[in-house]
Design a binder for this molecule. Structure first.
Ligand code: PEP
Ligand code: MN
Length: 331
């Protein structure tokens, strides 16, 4: 963005105000124009221009996320489920949404029982993978797409919304038909063909951050959904690859906070995948809630020992209940 000063008298004031706003800037050799790094600023370009308007006209440079840039602050994603009040994902709200359930659905454990327990605690969204993105092809790949319907039936019976991942473009029609929210997994964040197809469904999409994705790449992935006319997009921080080996990933709360402040879309935090360590899930959940995120996602399984994926990070029902009773306001 270029700021053309109305008069050279404004030079010092402009520099002071840009510094106070925390925006990177440099004065061009003409001594009358500031080049402003608006693309990496936490302040959206429209707001930045409005704050500087008395200093002189602002010239916008091309943004990779023009649609995301103009989504209103605290944009709400509203999920309608028959027979209950709409579920509202909103940053800095008073009622963050809890998403919980098993990593993957399996034949042994009846997901309806999980739905019953979780809904009684105030959890609004039931998760459960049907088609699973596994690191090795030799690991359990999920029960298949018919799981979408099983999950949705269990959720709806208890007034919850259902979320599950669409792994490929082929999954989209059935996912859109059965589910209330469709998840894009970390490994698929930059699968643009999938994003375009999901964008066209108009269904709420939870967009997980790729483990190696920058904040700008994450934002650009959301832009693909918006570009198809779908504004029902929720960001989900699920950890990025850092130096640590004790933790599964590095839970980037600061990055998630940047997204929450810079863009209007709601941001949810998933401490289960971000850490992989059950003993610290409560602390990480409490931290995320204190930061005003729109919600949290946690994995819980009726019998973690039988879980076919992510068994080590799954909370058993008793431990999940204890965490919900301490931190879920609505229980
Ligand atoms: C999941 O939520 O089931 C999952 C596979 O997560 P991620 O894509 O974040 O690894
Ligand atoms: Mn999992």
């Amino acid at each position: 963005m270029l700021l053309h000063l109305v008069s050279s008298d404004k030079l010092l004031e402009a520099r002071e105000r840009l510094t106070a706003l925390g925006v990177e800037h440099s004065l061009l050799p003409d001594q009358a124009t500031f080049e402003i790094r608006a693309d990496s600023s936490i302040i959206p370009p429209g707001e930045l221009a409005a704050r500087l308007v008395d200093l002189g006209p602002v010239e916008h440079t091309r943004s990779r996320t023009p649609l995301l840039d103009v989504i209103g602050k605290n944009h709400e994603v509203v999920v309608e489920v028959a027979g209950r009040a709409p579920i509202r994902f909103r940053n800095f709200g008073s009622d963050p949404v809890w998403i919980a359930g098993p990593c993957s659905l399996d034949e042994l454990n009846d997901v309806r029982l999980t739905a019953k327990r979780l809904s009684a605690l105030g959890v609004q969204v039931l998760r459960g993978g049907a088609v699973k993105p596994r690191t090795s092809p030799h690991e359990f790949q999920g029960i298949g797409r018919h799981g979408y319907k099983l999950l949705a039936e269990a959720a709806h019976e208890h007034g919850m919304a259902a979320i599950s991942e669409a792994l490929s473009e082929d999954d989209v029609p059935e996912a859109a038909q059965c589910l209330d929210i469709i998840q894009v997994g970390a490994r698929n964040m930059q699968n643009y063909a999938l994003l375009k197809k999901l964008g066209r469904t108009g269904k709420p999409v939870l967009l997980k951050r790729g483990a190696g994705a920058s904040l700008k790449e994450w934002a650009s992935a959301a832009e693909y959904l918006l570009n198809e006319g779908n504004k029902q997009v929720i960001f989900c921080e699920r950890g990025v690859r850092g130096l640590e080996r004790e933790l599964r990933y590095t839970m980037d709360l600061a990055g998630a906070a940047f997204m929450q402040h810079r863009y209007g879309l709601p941001v949810v935090v998933d401490p289960s995948h971000a850490t992989g360590v059950k003993q610290i899930l409560e602390a990480c959940t409490a931290g995320a809630l204190a930061m005003g995120f729109a919600g949290v996602m946690l994995e819980t399984h009726p019998r973690p020992v039988e879980a076919k994926s992510d068994s080590l990070q799954a909370l058993n029902p008793e431990d999940f209940e204890a965490i919900a009773r301490r931190h879920l306001k609505r229980h």
